[in-house]
Each structure stands twice: as structure tokens, then as C-alpha cells.
Design a protein around this ligand. Structure first.
Ligand code: BES
Ligand code: ZN
Ligand code: ZN
Length: 463
């Protein structure tokens, strides 16, 4: 991750980066940009989204013009303006002509998010001088910087392969995050302790020689209580119901929920929001050995509900269920879970959109509004009561993998809801992965939902 993650000093000399839409291009060329009218015509500049044209001066570069595209083009590509940033020459730049403060904010956030690269395994990779951006007028920098740093933490954690990001290493990252902000952190680890208190976390993680554990962080002493729960499956082989190679390939990202709640926690703590934060991460590896849980085993959860394991690959809901039950033992919390929980969520909405579930309409509305403010799209799906019967196997209270496979993301969400005792609950079934590079979202790890939640918090918690 680039360091420092910051905007350029306001006093630094800088080149203008003119933002222009196709509709306003003629005005610009006929007015302030008259000097380059011939140049822009000759180069065929049309102000398409992310299209860049350097503006020459006698002795170098006078500035650059970047197209914002039509409204339709912008609707089809989030952060599209960032396409141009990677080809800008080094130096300091400032935005000019953003049609609104929202456009300026999107461009500034896109700039920060586009500057990410994951270089842990090639530290000697030559880094060329990066261009820098000044903070645009009317845009508040602290929130943007906190959001970018949180997202970078999420991406770093997910991108790190499972060989270097097991439950122990995830714990180290978790403790480091707590330490930086003076939060308290603890880990519940050890076969006996876990088997007695968090039996489903233990059952999922016990086959690995990298010990399962439950991580907990607390920060802040006043204000409403927000409890974040993130799925921390450091690698998901599927267990005895082993995944095929193609399905296992990306499973280092199965701690994406943990990484995302840790990124959100960073944002909250860095901004010093007036709330009490609790973060719970069941950190396990869903592995295979003689001690692995078996299909049709019946587990007794922390809450006392029994669960028939009809597929060892539906492990995320097991570890989350015990963590959610624990979260609910403390009264008054607003609870959010985030997890790379089901392949069905991806079939339903694809990789860019984070489906979420919430019974409380005001909570859902706050998250939807936050998604717009944070350029972080989400889509509400229902906790559909009529499907409750699908998660009841007959021989235990619950089935972790209903046969039939209908509405897999909904039945997984309904399963989690059985362990929650408050309507102030939202669950996100995220993907945590960008399958092909998009503006400001390089291929690889990608957070989802954290910025939407950050912007939702004032409404959600009455801050
Ligand atoms: N970690 C996976 C879900 C997943 C797969 C997320 C691919 C993102 C991309 C989860 O543990 C899993 O394997 N779920 C199963 C559940 C099924 C067996 C009921 C799934 O979705 O296939
Ligand atoms: Zn699985
Ligand atoms: Zn999983």
C-alpha cells in the first residue's frame, strides 16, 4: 500500500486536471480551453468517461483534460474517471470543473483507491514516481482517507495467501489494528475452551493444525453499541465435502468478511466516531484430516440449537452462528455480519453488488442511502420467512445445507438469523473479489459494504 496515503500539499505548484462532459466540451473548447481547440480536435478527444488528453505547453505539460462521459456512461461504470489516472505523468494535479461536489468527491476517492497495489511478494518491484492529487474544494479529506485506508487493509488481508494468513496471522493483524487505536483485543483459543464455549467454531476449525479461535475487539466507552461479526475462514477447502479445484482456487478470500469488518473498524476508529465498537471474528481454516467434522454429524451450537451438517462446505454459517449468539448475549447492540457466505449470492447479483438482509426497514433504508453516498453498491434481499422450512432437517433443529439448492443466499441468511435475538441486525453476503480489473478496483481483493455502512452509521445509530 502506498505510504503516505494522502493528498498533495495545498501549496504545491500543480497542473490542472479539467473534468469535462461531452455536453460541456464545446463550451470548454470555446472558452477557457480555446488554446487547445485544434489539438483536441486533431486528437479526436470526445470527453468519453475516463478519456485523457494531455494539454501541451511550449516547455512541457500545461495540464490535462479528462472526460466524464455521459450520465448513462457514468451509471454503467463506477469510478470511471479513474481510468485516466494511471496514464497521467508524475507531478501534482488539481481538479477543475467538476460538475458537482459529488463528482469531485467520487474522483478524489477514486484517485485514492486506484493508488493501491499489492507488493508484499515483490518488494523490489521498481516503483515509478506516482502523480499526486490535491484535495478538491468542498471535499472533506478525513473521511476519504479513512475509507481508503480501511479498504487497503481489507485488500491486503484478502490478497495475502493462506500460507501467510492463517488464523494466527489474522489474529496478529487484528491485534495490531486494536493496538493502533488503543482498543482492547482478545482471542479465545484452545481445544477445550473452544469446544465447550464455541462448539461450532471448534468443529469447523479443529481439522487444521492451525488452531481455530474467536477474536474479539472493543473500542470506545460511550455511545450506541455496534457489533461487527466477520467470517474469518482463512482457507476453505470445503472440508470432507471437498471443493473441486476450480471452486477452491479463490478460497484464500474466505476471510473476506473478517477483512471487511476490520477495514470498517479502522474507518470508525480513525475517524473517532462517537460509538462503542465490538468486533468478533471466528478465525478458522476449513481443512481436512481425521478429526474433521463429517457430513451428517450433529453439532450443538453455543445457543443450544442443534445443527445437522449436511455439507461440510457450508462452514461459514456454523462459525458465524456461534459468534452471533455470543454477540447477542450483550443487550442493545446493532449487529452487522459480513461473510463470503454463498456461491448463490454471486449467481444472484454478480461480483459488484453486495446483497444484504435486514428486517428493520429503517435500517435497510439507511444502508441503501449509505451505499449511494459511499459509491459502494448494495442490494437488499429478503429474510423470506416462508423458506424457513427449508433449513429444518427433521432430525435436528437446523440444516446447514438444505437440499434442492433454491435461494441459497436467503437460506444461509435465515440460518444466521436463528442465532440473533434482535431486529437491529443486517447481514451482508459479499464476494470480496474483483475478477477483472475495473477503475479504482484492481483485480484481486475488494472490499464491499464497508463504505455504505460507514455512511449509514449516523442514521443507523442516531449519532
Ligand atoms: N466460502 C464458500 C462460499 C463462496 C464460494 C463464496 C465462492 C464466494 C465464492 C462457502 O463456504 C460455501 O462453500 N458455501 C456453499 C454452501 C452450500 C454447500 C450449501 C456454496 O455456496 O456452495
Ligand atoms: Zn465452504
Ligand atoms: Zn466458506
Amino acid at each position: 500500500m502506498p505510504f503516505p496515503l494522502s493528498f498533495a500539499d495545498d501549496a504545491a505548484p500543480s497542473h490542472p486536471l479539467h473534468l469535462v462532459c461531452p455536453e460541456t466540451l464545446p463550451d470548454w473548447v470555446g472558452g477557457p480551453g480555446g488554446e487547445w481547440a485544434g489539438w483536441l480536435a486533431a486528437t479526436g478527444f470526445k470527453a468519453g468517461l475516463g478519456e485523457l488528453c494531455l494539454l501541451p505547453a511550449k516547455d512541457g505539460v500545461a495540464g490535462a483534460i479528462v472526460g466524464l462521459g455521459t450520465i448513462q456512461a457514468r451509471a454503467r461504470m463506477r469510478f470511471g474517471v479513474a481510468k485516466s489516472f494511471s496514464t497521467l505523468p508524475a507531478g501534482t494535479w488539481h481538479l477543475e470543473g467538476a460538475p458537482s461536489e459529488t463528482d469531485a468527491k467520487e474522483a478524489a476517492l477514486a484517485w485514492l483507491l486506484a493508488s493501491y497495489s499489492f507488493d508484499r511478494y515483490r518488494p523490489n518491484k521498481a516503483k515509478s514516481d506516482q502523480p499526486r492529487l490535491k484535495l478538491p474544494d468542498g471535499v472533506e479529506s478525513e473521511t476519504l482517507l479513512a475509507m481508503a485506508e480501511g479498504e487497503f487493509l481489507t485488500r491486503d488481508l484478502i490478497n495475502t495467501p493462506a500460507s501467510d494468513m492463517g488464523p494466527q496471522e489474522l489474529q496478529e493483524a487484528f491485534f495490531a489494528l486494536a493496538g493502533r487505536f488503543g482498543a482492547t483485543a482478545s482471542a479465545i483459543v484452545g481445544d477445550d475452551l473452544l469446544a465447550q464455549n464455541f462448539p461450532m467454531i471448534h468443529a469447523v476449525g479443529r481439522a487444521s493444525n492451525r488452531a481455530p479461535r474467536l477474536l474479539e475487539l472493543r473500542w470506545g466507552s460511550e455511545g450506541p453499541l455496534l457489533t461487527l461479526v466477520g467470517k474469518g475462514v482463512c482457507f476453505d477447502t470445503g472440508g470432507l465435502d471437498i471443493k473441486p479445484a476450480s471452486g477452491m482456487l479463490e478460497m484464500k478470500k474466505d476471510m473476506g468478511g473478517a477483512a471487511t469488518v476490520m477495514g470498517l473498524a479502522l474507518m470508525i476508529m480513525r475517524l473517532g466516531l462517537p460509538l462503542r465498537l465490538r468486533v468478533l471474528v471466528p478465525a478458522v481454516e476449513n481443512s481436512i484430516s481425521g478429526s474433521a467434522m463429517r457430513p451428517r454429524d450433529i453439532l450443538t451450537s453455543r445457543k443450544g440449537l442443534t445443527v445437522e451438517v449436511n455439507n461440510t462446505d457450508a462452514e461459514g454459517r456454523l462459525v458465524l452462528a456461534d459468534a452471533l449468539a455470543y454477540a447477542c448475549e450483550e443487550e442493545g447492540a446493532t449487529i452487522i455480519s459480513m461473510a463470503t457466505l454463498t456461491g448463490a449470492a454471486r449467481v444472484a447479483v454478480g461480483p459488484d453488488l453486495a446483497p444484504f438482509f435486514a428486517d428493520d426497514p429503517s435500517l435497510a433504508a439507511a444502508i441503501e442511502a449509505g451505499a449511494i453516498a459511499g459509491f459502494d453498491p448494495v442490494w437488499r434481499l429478503p429474510f423470506w420467512d416462508p423458506y424457513e422450512a427449508m433449513i429444518e432437517p427433521g432430525i435436528a433443529d437446523l440444516d446447514n445445507a438444505p437440499s434442492g439448492g433454491f435461494a441459497g443466499t436467503i437460506t444461509a441468511a435465515l440460518f444466521l438469523r436463528r442465532f440473533v435475538n434482535t431486529p437491529r441486525y443486517a447481514h451482508f453476503d459479499i464476494y470480496g473479489h474483483v475478477p477483472s480489473a475495473a477503475p479504482a478496483r484492481p483485480k484481486g481483493a475488494g472490499g464491499q459494504g464497508a463504505r455504505a455502512l460507514l455512511y449509514a452509521l449516523p442514521d443507523l445509530l442516531g449519532l
